[in-house]
Design a protein around this ligand. Structure first.
Ligand SMILES: C[S@@+](CC[C@H](N)C(=O)[O-])C[C@H]1O[C@@H](n2cnc3c(N)ncnc32)[C@H](O)[C@@H]1O
Length: 380
């Protein structure tokens, strides 16, 4: 078993090897407190020993993989690809899966950071203590890492005065925004004012927010995206291709991402329980001020489109929904116009692709003609 996976097991069960039933029960209890039983979840849930064990076993590897995907995408871009030093502030960091994902990317030589300054803000002592253990064990040898944690309430706006002065390269919120907004101590206007302060005299900052892939969380996140763009002049790096208002929100729809995931071996037996074991589902935004966008990393200058749905097979045609120039467009190709080997059939949910010809059928409907050249530019 990989070092990381056995460490998760050891931290959750320090004195014995767990049975499958023990693993299952811990994970289901923890998961239920984020879903069906969320109204019963105390705000200091990370201090509950069993909850934390379930979190380490399941949510740390899940979230680590989400962060890995998002960072990998960001580090493709010329503004990041040569970066050696990174200052990152992680708000509501929990056991710090964000930092662990950077460790993986460094170990796999996908990114080439040699110095990281990491500051985690977290209200619960036990989560910080687990983070410290994980960091000590998993830090890549050649990485010069300075890390610190502030045990603080991130809804207390005073703490941000000193954080702003750090001038981080990345300010990171993962699965914490909902909890910060939950009690209405911080509202959207406060958050926008905070990000204004972070980006003032630090125009190179990147804001990353990752949220669960549920309708409610995704809609709130994309509303916030639209406001951050409008009020402070942020520009999406990914997943969006431009700064136009969210095309899904405009038509009362919502948008989420799906990525293939290989869970730790000790979770394989859980697939029948309906937990995410093959795919990660989440929503996210990465915003910068300089207009850098994921499309800069594609080898193409034509019409670039993002597929936001799965390919829908219908009688006589196959369709997908795509985000294109600020609108959610229904794109179809007739079956008589493609073969089984056709690129069209390989466009996965979340992929960016280009076309060089199309026929407009209506405001929101486009057909791809037989002779169109389709290129998949990036399939996350
Ligand atoms: C769902 S966990 C996410 C942890 C980590 N970012 C991840 O992606 O796995 C949310 C974290 O935010 C912390 N948190 C919630 N409200 C907070 C607050 N007001 N101040 C500081 N931390 C908070 C919780 O204790 C918890 O560790």
């Amino acid at each position: 078993m990989k070092q990381k996976d056995s460490l998760f097991l050891k931290l959750a069960f320090p004195n014995k090897n767990p049975t499958k039933a023990q693993i299952k029960n811990l994970i289901l209890e923890t998961s239920n407190l984020f879903t069906f039983k969320h109204t019963l979840r105390p705000s200091d849930y990370m201090n509950n020993e069993d909850f934390l064990r379930g979190y380490i076993l399941y949510f740390v590897p899940v979230n680590l993989s989400k962060h890995y995907n998002v960072f990998k995408e960001l580090f493709r871009h010329p503004v990041f690809v040569q970066k050696k030093n990174l200052k990152i502030i992680d708000i509501g960091c929990g056991p710090s899966p964000a930092l662990l994902s950077l460790f993986d990317l460094i170990e796999e030589k996908i990114i080439d950071l040699s110095h990281i300054k990491y500051l985690g803000i977290e209200s619960e002592e036990r989560a910080i203590s687990i983070a410290e253990k994980l960091i000590r064990e998993l830090k890549p040898e050649k990485l010069d890492l300075k890390y610190d944690f502030i045990k603080a309430d991130a809804t207390d706006l005073k703490i941000y005065q000193s954080l702003v002065k750090i001038k981080p390269d990345i300010i990171f919120f993962s699965n914490s925004l909902g909890e910060l907004f939950e009690k209405d101590i911080i509202v959207m206007e406060d958050f926008i004012a905070l990000m204004k302060a972070f980006s003032y005299k630090n125009s190179d900052i990147t804001l990353i927010i990752i949220e669960p892939g549920t309708k409610k969380d995704s809609i709130r996140l994309h509303r916030l995206r639209d406001s951050l763009i409008k009020e402070i002049g942020f520009y999406p790096f990914s997943p969006c291709l431009n700064d136009l208002p969210c095309s899904a929100l405009k038509v009362n729809n919502w948008c989420y991402e799906e990525r293939i995931w290989k869970p730790p071996e000790y979770l394989n037996f859980l697939s029948f329980l309906g937990l995410q074991l093959k795919y990660l589902k989440f929503s996210y935004i990465v915003l910068r001020k300089d207009g850098a966008n994921i499309k800069d990393t594609f080898d193409n200058s034509g019409e670039i489109i993002k597929n936001t749905s799965h390919l829908l097979n219908e009688k006589g045609k196959s369709r997908l929904w795509a985000c294109w120039k600020g609108a959610l467009i229904d794109i179809e190709k007739l079956k008589r116009d493609f073969t089984e080997e056709e690129v069209w059939l390989k466009i996965k949910k979340g992929a960016y692709f280009s076309i060089d010809k199309y026929i407009v059928l209506s405001d929101r409907k486009v057909r791809i003609p037989k002779e169109c050249e389709i290129k998949i530019l990036y399939s996350p």
